[in-house]
Write a protein that binds this ligand. Sequence first.
Ligand code: ACM
Length: 505
Amino acid sequence: MNLLPQPQEVTLLEGTTTLLSPVRINAREWSDEVEAWAADLSKSTMIDFELVESEDADITFGFATDIEGYRLTIDGQVRIMCSWSDGAVQALTTLRQLGPTDLFSVERSPLTSFELPNCEIEDWPEFGWRGAHLDVARHFWDVETVERYVDLMVMHKLNVLHLHLNDDQGWRVEIPNWPKLTSIGAWRNGSPVGHEDDDVRDNVRHGGFYTRDDLERISRYCALRGVAVVPEIDLPGHAQAVLAAYPELGNNPEAQLEVWQHWGISDHVLNVSDEALQFAVEVVSYVASIFPNATVHIGGDECPTTEWESSHLAQAVMTEHGFESAQELQGLFTSRLCEVLEEAGHQVIAWDEVLDAEVPETTVIAAWRSVEKGIEAAERGHYVVMMPMQYVYFDWLSSDQPGEPIAVHPAPFVTTWEKTYSFEVVPTELDPTLRKQILGAQAQLWTEYITSRDRMDYMAFPRLSAFAEVVWGTSGDLDSFRPRLEAHLERLKSAGVKYRPLDTQ
Ligand code: ACM
């Protein structure tokens, strides 16, 4: 069967079941999700799907409240039991994997029927947050490329898309009262050639941004496929593109900053005036309003305090609040944004640096610097999503061999797919009573060195496939995973994914 991620419980039955086009589906309350799935499948296979109400349909859905994931039975007919749309979507992905790899084809490959092995599967995810992050700031990706990434996430039962929407090198969302964020902040006049350390630029203008309509389209696309979008606006650091557009929000308003042409961490951050805080509240609230009920990411990583240390205003604000270190100033942003977003019904997540200043306990912590940061956050009472860079940052080298494409760090900072597969979402050192505070895990795709879809594929796969099984909660030993992964690569090939071969470059 070679399912990936491996389901929790599988019983193989005798024989096979063949579904003939038109495939009749009784989708019950999940007709929207089933229609999206059927439309995705028909695009290349030309198989017709019809929604019907009869109980003898080829595929029937049933409702059972005691099921967290799904139960799938194939024995002449396909029966799916679930209690919510996520279970329905998970079952449909399993069904697609049980068929021929052509069901994932992006090339025209007409089928009139497909065969499925008879079986019974009882399956559920161990973690509710199975995330994939995409950096659309360092390089801008159009809506179609984002949707394609979502398709690949769904193929792996990943369910949270984290969009990193701004950085020093570009602002990517149109905001009504702040037009220069996109007329100026969305465009940079050059990017590094080769590695940043080589200090060479291409002088080629790069940029782009999403309109509200674009983001609503992505949101709808994701919702129909069981994926929640987590939009991120990263402040008060990583703000050079903002300051290129609105210098008055910075610490040296006279400085003529450009949208940054370097990779790394710019020293230019927001100032700590009421106006800058209000700016942060306004733009983050606007982006949050595009995604009702979403968890919203307020960034908060890598905020250098160099400028604050020599700013009269920052020093005065520190005295006013009795702060001893400039780092504590970041807490003003964190607290204010959390307050406003929670008031509007959003859960808030932030990078783990927010732990170094005031942060409400309700803030979910994105533990990226190390496993220990995740443990610290859980011990301090936070919910945590584990994303330690050593295991799940796919801008790192895939191996230490000489032919690998340029990555963010040189060897020995290497993350092989085998290493990703060895990742344990719940750290063994964590006190078992805190286990429930680990919501799940997330893989990161930072795109400084990713300039094309093919490169995106190479860096993401097969590491994202390995990650998917880890965060589903059924990872085991490499010997049993590898043959399933090899079979799964055929699906990726069919889907046009230019993955990195398992052993060679
Ligand atoms: C990060 O990688 N700077 C969150």
